[in-house]
Write a protein that binds this ligand. Structure first.
Ligand code: MF3
Ligand code: CO
Length: 257
């Protein structure tokens, strides 16, 4: 189903988006060398509860995962990229960490993800991976406006990823969002312009380019959730929830402080 939000719902989406952006920003500042992924999960739970919001993850049991997720945030390290289940792992200098968070506040969900390097040792190839997903996201957002189609966003994202030589996995991508986290339309990270659903004001989309350095193939961990690159190569993932407005797209999940 595709939802078009009312102006009141869009106001609530702005509040949810700001909360997601602020929590991710705070967690990024706290996630340092020596931080355990389970600490990040606990902090996320606390911040969600303090805001009176609800986790979109803890009870989530989609076909692509094994039972309820049971955690409050996705933490994906190095070769892990999507649906990273928090576990007993202590972050080390130079780790590439992705945090992906979706919460619901007053009935409207927002979803965002950031990738960053922990500590002081910064591998230039890791920086290029991260920067490429950020630029691809910016290009996707720039292509999102009323009258444009989903394929225009997909093409804009895919063009940036391909220009850097990264393979593109087409199984998982962006999605509509609103009263629930995952809705139609699907937004692949590559595609054909002029194809697909025509964007309208009030549509909320979670756009999320993600890449693996040398493969488009995923493997699933024994936890039944965490998806890693099949080759062990490093990965990155950047996501914002945006609202289609009368003139373009408004990013809802930027941090406000
Ligand atoms: N937020 C993820 C996405 O970007 C979905 C995570 S589902 C979870 O669409 F259950 F693993 F948390
Ligand atoms: Co998402």
């Amino acid at each position: 189903m595709i939802e078009i939000l009312t102006p009141d719902e869009l106001d609530r989406a702005r509040a949810t988006g700001a909360l997601v952006g602020d929590i991710l920003h705070a967690l990024k500042a706290r996630a340092t060398v020596g931080t355990n992924l389970l600490d990040i999960d606990r902090w996320a739970k606390q911040m969600i509860e303090d805001a009176g919001a609800e986790s979109c993850y803890v009870d989530y049991a989609p076909s692509f995962g094994d039972g309820p997720f049971g955690h409050y945030i996705c933490t994906a390290v190095n070769d892990a990229v999507l649906h990273g289940m928090p576990h007993d792992y202590t972050l080390a200098d130079g780790d590439l960490l992705t945090l992906d968070l979706a919460v619901s506040l007053r009935g409207i969900a927002a979803d965002a993800a950031i990738s960053f390097i922990v500590g002081a040792t910064r591998d230039p190839e890791d920086e290029r991976l991260i920067e490429t997903t950020e630029r691809a996201l910016a290009a996707g957002i720039a292509a999102a406006r009323p009258g444009a189609r989903i394929g225009d966003i997909s093409r804009a994202i895919g063009t940036v990823l391909k220009a850097e030589g990264y393979p593109i996995n087409m199984e998982f991508g962006g999605h509509g969002i609103g009263s629930t986290m995952h809705q139609d339309p699907h937004v692949a990270n590559n595609g054909r312009p002029g194809r697909g659903y025509v964007l309208r004001p009030g549509l909320l989309l979670a756009l999320e380019p993600w890449i693996m350095a040398d493969t488009d193939e995923l493997v699933t961990d024994a936890d039944g959730w965490t998806l890693r690159s099949a080759t062990g190569a490093r990965t990155a993932h950047t996501e914002h929830t945006v609202a289609i407005t009368e003139t373009g797209a408004e990013i809802l999940t930027l941090p406000t402080r």
